[in-house]
Ligand binder design. Structure first.
Ligand SMILES: [Zn+2]
Length: 44
């Protein structure tokens, strides 16, 4: 009954931007919860 690590990650919710809610493709770990578009906007 031990789930594999693959199953664990598959069950993880998709990462979404905390600002706009857009789905974030994992590109850089430095992007915590903000999509590249929002992280480029520094006026907020
Ligand atoms: Zn965003």
């Amino acid at each position: 009954m031990i789930k594999s690590i693959v199953e664990f990650f598959k069950n993880l919710p998709a990462k979404e931007c905390a600002n706009c809610g857009l789905y974030i493709e994992e590109q850089h770990d430095c992007y915590s919860n903000i999509c590249p578009t929002c992280s480029n906007i520094k006026d907020i």
